[in-house]
Ligand binder design. Structure first.
Ligand SMILES: [Zn+2]
Length: 212
């Protein structure tokens, strides 16, 4: 069965279903089976919303992002907020889900999503925080995507993954030097299920959220 990697910066190289995340070079979107495109808070300088809007309409662009807020980057905070709001509006307009990058800004991200009346599914990618924040995200109906952090047995996020409802869960490699297979195997063992059942569930989630 094919593994599903909903957030990676790699291009397609095997049979697995992947959503390649592009924060620059949007023209590559035409050559990829599925991708998400957005303005990343780290790379906001020289942003071009018109260009993003044009490429975001392509049918194989299945999500907007990664976008969001990051308190550890030097990008101006007002600019980060402005770009995040614009991308929420774009996602609403195109009816495509949002992939969220969030670093030390969960209050602000959740508040802006609410204020901006987000109407599309929202996925917090690379989730690596505590159970309390996870509950706030899940309570409002959003999704969590877990990556390489779950492999480390000293990581508190393993418990969050174990408790995450099956219909709100995704897995990803992002830019980590690990295979999506190893992430599924670890997730399956933590959740006391088998890899095939996990794949079937995540196929359903993929269809619900990304319409793939
Ligand atoms: Zn990423």
């Amino acid at each position: 069965m094919q593994y599903i990697d909903i957030h990676t910066h790699k291009k397609k190289e095997d049979d697995n279903t992947i959503i390649t995340s592009l924060y620059a070079g949007y023209e590559d979107a035409v050559n990829l089976p599925y991708c998400s495109i957005g303005i990343h808070p780290w790379y906001a300088d020289g942003y071009d919303m018109d260009r993003l809007t044009r490429y975001a309409a392509l049918p194989n662009v299945v999500a907007i992002g990664e976008c969001g807020l990051d308190k550890l980057t030097t990008t101006d905070w007002q600019l980060q907020e402005k770009l995040f709001r614009l991308q929420i509006a774009l996602a609403n307009e195109l009816r495509k889900p949002l992939i969220i990058h969030c670093v030390r800004a969960y209050d602000e991200v959740l508040q802006i999503l609410k204020q901006a009346s987000v109407q599309v599914p929202v996925v917090f990618h690379g989730y690596n925080k505590n159970e309390q924040i996870a509950q706030r995200i899940l309570q409002v109906g959003y999704y969590l995507s877990f990556g390489a952090a779950i492999i480390s047995d000293s990581s508190a996020v393993q418990q969050v993954l174990t408790n995450c409802p099956a219909n709100r869960l995704f897995l990803e490699t992002d830019d980590a030097p690990v295979s999506i297979k190893s992430i599924y195997e670890k997730a399956a063992s933590l959740r006391k299920t088998d890899t095939d059942s996990l794949i079937l569930q995540l196929q359903k989630n993929l269809h619900t959220v990304f319409n793939i």
